[in-house]
Design a protein around this ligand. Structure first.
Ligand code: IMP
Length: 204
């Protein structure tokens, strides 16, 4: 199953590849289709933003390839912190100017806060140029730490302790992260949806 990966984020791309491999998905990087700038995420939910990205990339693929256009898989993801009313949420990538600053901002807002519960959310949309084929969601519950720990992964991984572990995602490394993460949960559902779509030509 040939599928275009609708992301320019190399960490996400690695996770997409590892997790979709058992589903016999051959991922085509967006960069192989052409130069496509990040699109504006104007949605109010993770789902809406995933649909916006997947459809925009599918239309771009259609204009570049003309025919034999593989479906596009795109995600929108982020960290929801309960004590912050769900922030940074859909604004996770834009919460401050760089990654260190984003982590510092969350930790600073959590100063003196006892309730550290949080979750990573990943919404995935699969699209053809004519419309959305499937939409799925994955979540992983956990807690926000008090200082960044570990160097694997990306984004907020150094301050997120998934439930059941005393280490952050950045300390646990990709193998354990990919077994339990929001993105892996959503991607496994997406792999199943793609199997149905390729077998039947219909949306699951
Ligand atoms: P987007 O989905 O590319 O719009 O951005 C999601 C943002 O949420 C990323 O830039 C990260 O800051 C954060 N994020 C999403 N998934 C993860 C993850 O697996 N680990 C750490 N941070 C994440």
């Amino acid at each position: 199953m040939r599928v275009i990966a609708g992301t320019n984020n190399k960490h996400k791309m690695e996770e997409f590849e590892k997790i979709l491999q058992p589903f016999n998905v051959e991922l085509i990087p967006l960069s192989e289709i052409g130069d496509f700038e990040d699109i504006e995420e104007t949605g109010k939910t993770f789902e809406e933003n995933a649909r916006i990205k997947a459809l925009a990339f599918a239309k771009f693929a259609a204009s570049a390839l003309k025919n034999g256009i593989p479906p596009v898989i795109a995600d929108d993801s982020g960290l929801e912190v309960d004590a912050l009313g769900g922030r940074p949420g859909i604004y996770s990538a834009r919460y401050a100017e760089n990654n260190d600053a984003r982590i510092r901002k969350v930790l600073q807002e959590m100063t003196g806060v006892n309730n550290r519960t949080a979750r990573f959310v990943c919404a995935i949309a699969i699209a053809a140029p004519s419309g959305i084929i499937a939409q799925v969601r994955g979540e992983v519950e956990g807690k926000i730490g008090f200082a960044p720990k570990g160097s694997a992964g990306f984004g907020y991984d150094p301050i997120f302790y998934p439930d059941g572990y005393d280490l952050t995602f950045a300390e646990l490394g990709s193998e354990i992260k990919n077994g339990i993460s929001h993105r892996s949960r959503a991607l496994r559902k997406a792999g199943e949806s793609l199997g149905i779509y390729f077998a039947t030509g219909k949306s699951p």
